[in-house]
Design a protein around this ligand. Structure first.
Ligand code: IMP
Ligand code: MG
Length: 172
C-alpha cells in the first residue's frame, strides 16, 4: 500500500477546514451531520476544530457494493437523524467519488426543512463526478485510485489506518 496522505497532512488539512467552517457558521445554529460509517474519524477530528457552538448528528448510507467500485443501490438509514428543522446543516462524508451518495443524502436532509444544507468531505476524487453538484468544502483532491484508511474501507477493513493509502490493483 502506498501512503497518499500521512497523519500530519491530514491533521493540517482538517484543522484548516475546521477554521473555514467556524468562520462561515459563526452565530448560526449549526448541526454537523456525519455519514456512517466512513466519516467517523473525520467527524471526530473535525468537530474539535470547529470553534463555534454546534450539535452533532448521524445518518447512515450503505451502497451495497460487493467489490471496490461497482455501483450498487443506495440505502439510507435515518433512524439516528436528530431534529434539524430550521437549523444549518453540514453533511460530512469521507469521499466524493461519483457524488451520488452525497446527492441522495442532501435530498433526504432537505426533506427535514433545515435552514440550509452544505456538504464537506475529506477527499474529492477528480474526474469521477456523475452529478451536477460539487462538495461545498473539501480537504484534498486525489487522483482516481482506490483509497483506504482514516475511515475509508475496502470490504469494511482498513478504516482504522491513521493515514490514507492507495490500494494497488492486485490488492483489490
Ligand atoms: P459516490 O456515491 O460514488 O460519491 O461514493 C461515495 C462512497 O463510496 C463513499 O462514501 C465511500 O464509502 C465509497 N468510496 C468511493 N471511493 C472510495 C475509495 O476510493 N475508497 C473507499 N471508499 C470509496
Ligand atoms: Mg464505504
Amino acid at each position: 500500500m502506498k501512503i497518499l496522505l500521512d497523519e500530519t497532512q491530514i491533521r493540517d488539512g482538517v484543522a484548516a477546514l475546521g477554521r473555514r467552517i467556524a468562520g462561515d457558521y459563526r452565530g448560526r445554529p449549526l448541526t454537523v451531520l456525519g455519514v456512517l460509517t466512513g466519516s467517523i474519524i473525520l467527524l471526530s477530528d473535525l468537530i474539535r476544530r470547529i470553534d463555534v457552538p454546534l450539535r452533532v448528528g448521524l445518518i447512515q448510507a450503505s451502497s451495497y457494493r460487493g467489490r471496490a467500485v461497482g455501483p450498487g443501490a443506495l440505502a439510507i438509514d435515518d433512524r439516528l437523524l436528530p431534529d434539524i428543522a430550521g437549523r444549518d446543516v453540514l453533511l460530512v462524508d469521507d469521499i466524493f467519488d461519483t457524488g451520488r451518495t452525497l446527492e441522495a443524502l442532501l435530498d433526504r436532509v432537505r426533506q427535514e426543512r433545515p435552514a440550509s444544507v452544505k456538504s464537506a468531505v475529506l477527499l474529492w476524487k477528480e474526474g469521477r463526478s456523475a452529478v451536477a453538484s460539487e462538495p461545498d468544502y473539501f480537504c484534498f483532491k486525489i487522483p482516481d485510485v482506490f483509497v483506504v484508511g482514516y475511515g475509508l474501507d475496502y470490504n469494511d477493513e482498513y478504516r482504522h489506518l491513521p493515514h490514507i493509502a492507495a490500494l494497488e490493483e492486485s490488492e483489490l
